[in-house]
Design a protein around this ligand. Sequence first.
Ligand SMILES: [Zn+2]
Length: 330
Amino acid sequence: MSIPLRITLTMAQRLAVMSPADNMLRDPAPLPQAVVPLASWLTDAVTPDQRWAKLLIAQPMAERVELQLGGKRTVSAAAIPGLNPAAARKLAQVIGAEWVWLQSKAGRTDACFSGSRSRFTLGRADVLAAQHGGTLEKTLRNRGFDFAIPQWTNVDRPGWHLSNLGATCHCGRNLVLVDWWHAEAPRRANSHFVACSAHGIVGAVEGAPWRNLVQLRRELDAALAVQGPAARRYSVYVVEVLGLPRSSKRPVYVGMTSKPIPVRLEEHAIEGHPLQGRVFRKAKGGRVGQLLAEETKSLPELRSQLAARTAEAWVAEVLRLRGFDVHGGH
Ligand SMILES: [Zn+2]
């Protein structure tokens, strides 16, 4: 099992932080201590050695470590025993690192952004963003959208990205999420919107389920954008759940796996299997029904566990909004 990662970053922050490394931090140093990365993909003007020298002045107890990331990637970091989260964040700011990993008592690894943004230069941020998309007008035109674009100052900057939200407009067309993948996005109020090809910006995307759907889609896009060429393939699957008491909502189970889907489906039927799923336990009475392959066919290739996990959560939310009784789909 990998360590659960509590995701508190915005999309743009995550892209900046995760790229080019996967975010799965394995085997962190023993507890309790803070782990501050010395490498930065945003401000490479300062080298890890320079950060290390600065950090040692403030924290003579620090130890230099190589963190094992997903795959074979490593990142140079400093481990500091007994440092609390606030102090660790401050330290990251002092040495010009954008972010800091903290190993908490519960054994969770939290990725946090220290917020030291003063080192950004427009040139670099725009270069980074341009890898993900052009200006808003160009991005929309490339996809055949010609609705009126908002009068925001950032629409002429690169990094605009479109994705399928997974929900439909009242007119029946698919809604798209238009998102600005840019290091400055976290500081801006106007960095994303939902649009219909016929109606333009949809203002009525309010309420918790919608916000949740948008957030999940952003997380999925971020995970897809930074997944490596790993050999591992993951699938997200949706199956009917049979045998439950009759209700107005159709019950489905959403899961993700690195195994062939038929193998994974068989596991749901094995009583006491650690991955059986609550709804399939004898006491709950659910049985695995038909695989609903249609529901996942728009997903791209999933090559990291994070991408698969977020895809699973997004698919579950899409189905929930469409009125299914959704089980699984963490
Ligand atoms: Zn519409």
